[in-house]
Write a protein that binds this ligand. Structure first.
Ligand code: PGA
Length: 258
């Protein structure tokens, strides 16, 4: 009997700024978020665009903040002739702890297949980063009743490439594509159901890791819908896009994760 699986997982709230912001915004927003999280117990991570990682890291260090730093993507390659790519080692060097892999915008806009996403997951861990692997179905897939098949297929590709033990150092984000940036969030019931399927799949492979792994939800999370979503049994935090660009809305969500 694994006792850990009955312990509550520390919630993780990650702000994915996507391709937004500039130097001044990165400094100001980092400071404002830091001020607001001092009394909270959730782990809070900022995920700015690559050019602002150092700026955010300096603001975190200057303030001796407990904010974590993550990046939005990494290369499958370790180094060499890959113009425009950023390696996991570079992200580590800049002070990142986390990196997103397989965000649906990258799967769609950059044709990242399940195999590429799995390779990025492996590359992240090889560099010492904790990958946050994003899974999610499109509206057409949901309407065709394929949600679990699609999401678990995306997960299985990572398990096949990296092994189940790798999920001891990883986070899973369930982000229904139709809920991202649309203002249309999954209902708590819809989200909880997919989160439970994801956790069951991990548990099938390792009960211990299934109980420990954090599965966070993303897709139009706002301060008003966060309490209901974040209170679901298998939802361990949020991956926040639009609402992470304003300190007040991001902090409102962080407060709901208590
Ligand atoms: P959203 O984005 O909160 O703007 O819907 C979430 C995400 O893409 O991570």
């Amino acid at each position: 009997m694994n006792l850990m699986s009955t312990h509550k997982r520390v919630p993780l709230i990650a702000g994915n700024w996507k391709m937004n912001g500039d130097t001044a915004m990165a400094q100001t927003l980092t400071g404002a978020v830091d001020e607001g999280i001092s009394s909270l117990s959730a782990e809070v991570v900022l995920i700015p665009p690559h050019p602002y990682l150092r700026v955010v890291k300096e603001a975190i260090d200057d303030r001796q903040s407990r904010l974590g730093l993550g990046a939005q993507d990494l290369s499958v390659h370790e180094k060499g002739a890959h113009t425009g790519e950023v390696s996991g080692a570079m992200l580590m060097d800049l002070g990142c702890r986390y990196v997103l892999v397989g965000h649906s915008e990258r799967r769609a806009d950059h044709h990242e297949t399940n195999e590429v996403v799995a390779a990025k997951f492996v590359a992240a861990q090889r560099a010492g980063l904790t990958p946050i692997v994003c899974l999610g179905e499109t509206l057409a897939e949901r309407e065709a009743g394929q949600t679990d098949a699609v999401v678990l297929g995306q997960l299985d590709a990572v398990i096949a490439a990296a092994g189940i033990e790798s999920f001891a150092q990883a986070v899973i984000a369930y982000e229904p594509v139709w809920a991202i940036g649309t203002g249309q969030t999954a209902t708590p019931e819809q989200a909880q159901s997919v989160h439970a399927s994801i956790r069951a799949r991990i548990r099938d492979n390792s009960d211990t890791i299934g109980g420990q792994v954090r599965v966070i939800y993303g897709g139009s999370v706002k301060p008003d819908n966060a309490p209901e979503i974040l209170s679901c049994e298998d939802i361990d935090g949020g991956l926040i896009g639009g609402a992470s660009l304003e300190a007040s809305s991001f902090l409102g969500i962080c407060q709901a994760a208590l």
